[in-house]
Design a protein around this ligand. Structure first.
Ligand SMILES: [Cu+2]
Length: 177
């Protein structure tokens, strides 16, 4: 009787161990799945970003090791100086952008369609941060540089998408020939 009891206890223990092992395996699998989901995130976020801002229709971020032409751009209420720029296709431009005004202003290089879409997003979220290489937001008296290579011919623009600014005239034209 006691031998039988011992045997059934041993069986019960083995079953419990098996369950514990299965549980551990399940936990490990869950963690692995979570980790692989996490590692997929940056890629997803990236492709999402590219989808939302296919901003690089105007070209691509420049290469600091390659020669460039410098163009100074002043921003104030509510205009850019100059308001029109011509570049050659393949040319690399170093924009030296200075806010000479009294309010914050932006310089966002894109197509008109992209900027209008972006402006709409900014109406819903006026404090939206831009960390794209094709744009910058500057406080009064601040300056920044954007190095850009114009790889496509066409008409592009730089605009300030702070609500009301583009509409009031903060838009400049870039003609890439
Ligand atoms: Cu502005």
């Amino acid at each position: 009787m006691s031998a039988q009891f011992a045997a059934s206890r041993a069986i019960a223990q083995r079953i419990r161990k098996k369950h514990e092992k299965e549980h551990r395996m399940k936990t490990i699998v869950t963690i692995l799945l979570a980790l692989s989901a996490l590692s997929a995130l940056p890629r997803l976020a990236h492709s999402h970003e590219q989808h939302v801002h296919p901003s690089y229709a105007a070209g691509e971020p420049g290469d600091p090791k390659k020669p460039s032409r410098t163009i100074e751009v002043g921003m104030s209420e509510m205009a850019y100086a100059p308001a029109r720029i011509e570049v050659k296709r393949g040319e690399q431009i170093r924009f030296v952008i200075r806010n000479t005004g009294a309010d914050d202003h932006e310089f966002l290089l894109a197509t008109t369609a992209e900027n209008l879409k972006h402006a709409k997003a900014m109406m819903e979220n006026p404090h939206m941060e831009h960390d794209e290489p094709n744009g910058v937001r500057l406080a009064p008296k601040k300056s920044a540089e954007i190095l850009w290579k114009f790889t496509h011919a066409g008409t592009f623009e730089y605009a300030c998408l702070i609500p009301g600014h583009r509409e009031a005239g903060m838009v400049g034209q870039i003609l890439v020939k």
